[in-house]
Design a protein around this ligand. Structure first.
Ligand SMILES: [Zn+2]
Length: 332
């Protein structure tokens, strides 16, 4: 997405009309005879609630005015800007309250305006501390029902955590966490909580051909986190309840719904494709082949045909053959 903006070099009064693009945590400015790229974390992005242009400041004194707040916020939210935002939420109670009220207003509007599109917008505005407490609560609820303790030994778990952490998969590096569990009922499965924590089941570890295959599956799950798929489904399912919950600051009613959403992750084909594409990009950027995810899917298919008829990773992931084909093509 290109956002129109005006750039000033900080030395002269010259005005450069430019296009601003934020991708993978990098802000790029493009003018007719000008180009500049900086990491988002190296730029000062002030909070802004008024109507005036928002000013992004560079370390060397240059700055950039952006009038389209909505587009800028969307682009920032999709980049690595969240960690910084989290710190501010925690510091400022009033900002958090304003955000929660905003969620209520937006949620109510969404109810009337068209759910899937609105849920997408709202999901990006749910404050991170709320997402985090929702995630913790959902895991606790699942621990009391579908999930058992992992039987992997400590050394094996530590090795998987080391390998996974080293790859830095996903957006939110503040939580590169794996929760190890087992579940005969769920079978070979992994899923991500909305805060980026991944729940990895022993059954999936057992059938994966290599640790890299496991990481490829976790990269796919991080794709669902990146696009906030579970939050979007949750919001679509309960816009009003969600708004009230956010407003009252009580996560209990959403907690009833989230475990269901996580377990019967019948995501749409579009969501799966988005998560696969995200995983392929992440794997390639780390020198791994997107084919690893195809390998994992094939191992899951083989296990499914030979094993008992239990709900597994694949039953929740439609059109597997087509996904394998696309991932193999991406690996070439
Ligand atoms: Zn998926």
């Amino acid at each position: 997405m290109e956002i129109p903006a005006v750039y000033y070099d900080g030395q002269t009064a010259r005005r450069y009309p430019i296009s601003l693009v934020i991708e993978q945590g990098v802000v790029s400015l493009y003018g007719p005879d000008f180009e500049r790229h900086e990491r988002v974390i190296d730029i000062e992005v002030p909070e802004h609630f008024g109507a005036g242009a928002r000013v992004l400041r560079f370390a060397d004194g240059a700055y950039c005015e952006v009038a389209d707040h909505a587009a800028l916020n969307t682009a920032l939210a999709a980049s690595g800007y969240r960690a910084g935002a989290l710190e501010r939420w925690q510091r400022s109670g009033s900002i958090a309250i304003a955000a929660l009220v905003g969620v209520v207003v937006i949620s109510v509007l969404a109810y009337y305006v068209g759910l899937p599109a609105a849920a997408d917008v709202v999901a990006r505005k749910v404050p991170m501390p709320f997402v985090a407490s929702l995630s913790r609560g959902a895991l606790a609820a699942l621990d009391g029902s579908s999930l058992n303790a992992s039987t992997l030994d400590a050394e094996r778990r530590a090795a998987l955590v080391r390998g996974y952490s080293a790859l830095k998969l996903g957006d939110n590096q503040a939580v590169p966490r794996i929760e190890f569990r087992s579940s005969p009922a769920l079978g070979a499965n992994a899923f991500a909580l909305p805060d980026g924590t991944v729940v990895l089941l022993d059954e999936l570890v057992a059938i994966a051909g290599s640790d890299d295959e496991i990481y490829a599956v976790l990269a796919h799950e991080q794709g669902h986190v990146h696009y906030r798929h579970s939050l979007r489904r949750l919001l679509q399912g309960s816009v009003v309840a969600t708004a009230m919950t956010a407003w009252l600051g009580d996560v209990s009613s959403m907690l009833v719904l989230l475990p269901t959403v996580l377990l019967e992750t019948r995501y749409s084909r579009r969501f799966e494709t988005e998560a696969d594409d995200y995983a392929a990009g992440q794997l390639r950027a780390r020198g791994l082949s997107p084919g690893l995810l195809a390998d994992a899917l094939e191992h899951l298919t083989a296990q499914r045909h030979g094993g008992p008829d239990i709900p597994d990773y694949l039953s929740s992931h439609p059109a597997t053959a087509e996904r394998i084909k696309n991932l193999r093509a991406a690996a070439e």
